[in-house]
Design a protein around this ligand. Structure first.
Ligand code: SF4
Length: 243
C-alpha cells in the first residue's frame, strides 16, 4: 500500500538530515544557517539532488523535544547562526508538526527561513505567523518534468506576500518562455516588487551554459519588463562543494 504523502502526526516528524552550513541560494547567499531537512516531497523534479535521500527507510523520526534539543545543540556547538532553514523535501508536508515546532523555535529566539516549492497554500497559511522569510520556488513544468502548479503558486504567493518573500525559478535548457511569462505574471499580479531570482541549473562542474544563455538572451528581459527586482544567482553550494 502506498504511504500517505502528508505526514499527519503533530508530535513526530521525519527528518533526512540536520546540519550547519552556508545558504547556497538566493538573496541570503552565504549566511550561516542550521538546515533542518524534512523527508518527503510532493514533487519529483528531474534536477533534484535530494531524491536519493527521500526514502522512508533513511528518515530519522524525531519528536518535538528531540528536534528542539538537536537544534539547540548545533547552535551551541557551531556558534551563532543567522537563521534556521526549514527545508526538504517539502517542509510544508509536515505542517501539523510545524505548527508546534515553529513557535518553540521562535520562543528560543531563532529567525525562521522557510524553503518551499510553493505548492501547498493551506499548509503555508497554518504556519505563516511563525515564518520570517519565505524562499518560494516557482516550478515551470518544462523545468521540473513534473506537472504544472500555477494555480497553487498563485494562491501560495498571495498568502506568502504578507511576509518577507522572494521567488526562485530554476532554469534548465528545456524551460519554455511561455511558462516564464506566466511565472512573471503571477508575481506581478501579487506585488511587482517581490524579488525574482533566476537560478540557472548548475552542478559540481559549474553552471549550465545553455540555461544561462536562455536567461541572458530572453527570460531576464521578459521578467524585467514587469518586475522591479530581477536577479540571476546560481546555486552556489554545488560549486562550493558544501551541503
Ligand atoms: S520540489 Fe525540491 S525537493 Fe521536491 S523534488 Fe523538486 S527539487 Fe526536489
Amino acid at each position: 500500500m502506498p504511504q500517505p504523502l502528508t505526514f499527519r502526526k503533530q508530535d513526530q516528524t521525519e527528518i533526512s538530515e540536520i546540519f550547519s552550513s552556508l545558504q547556497g541560494e538566493g538573496p541570503y547567499l552565504g549566511v550561516k544557517q542550521i538546515f533542518v531537512r524534512f523527508g518527503r516531497c510532493n514533487m519529483h523534479c528531474v534536477y533534484c539532488d535530494e531524491l536519493a535521500k527521500m526514502k522512508e527507510e533513511s528518515f530519522q523520526i524525531y519528536d518535538l523535544d528531540g528536534l528542539i534539543a538537536e537544534v539547540m545543540e548545533m547552535e551551541r556547538e557551531k556558534g551563532k547562526h543567522h537563521s534556521i532553514s526549514l527545508t526538504g523535501g517539502e517542509p510544508l508536508l509536515y505542517a501539523p508538526f510545524l505548527v508546534h515546532f515553529m513557535p518553540l523555535l521562535k520562543e528560543k529566539g531563532f529567525t525562521l527561513y522557510l524553503e518551499t516549492n510553493g505548492t501547498l497554500p493551506e499548509a503555508l497559511n497554518s504556519v505563516l505567523e511563525y515564518s520570517d522569510i519565505i524562499a518560494m520556488d516557482l516550478k515551470p513544468a518544462s523545468s521540473t518534468g513534473d506537472r504544472s502548479f500555477e494555480a497553487q503558486h498563485q494562491k501560495f504567493l498571495e498568502i506568502a506576500s504578507r511576509k518577507e518573500v522572494f521567488i526562485k525559478v530554476v532554469i534548465t535548457p528545456d524551460t519554455r518562455e511561455d511558462e516564464i511569462r506566466r511565472c512573471v505574471e503571477i508575481v506581478r499580479s501579487v506585488n511587482a516588487n517581490i524579488p525574482f531570482i533566476f537560478q540557472p541549473l548548475s552542478d559540481a562542474f559549474g553552471i549550465n551554459t545553455q540555461a544561462l544563455q536562455l536567461i541572458e538572451g530572453f527570460f531576464f528581459n521578459v521578467a524585467k519588463k514587469h518586475l522591479s527586482d530581477v536577479r540571476v544567482i546560481p546555486q552556489m553550494h554545488k560549486i562550493w562543494g558544501v551541503r
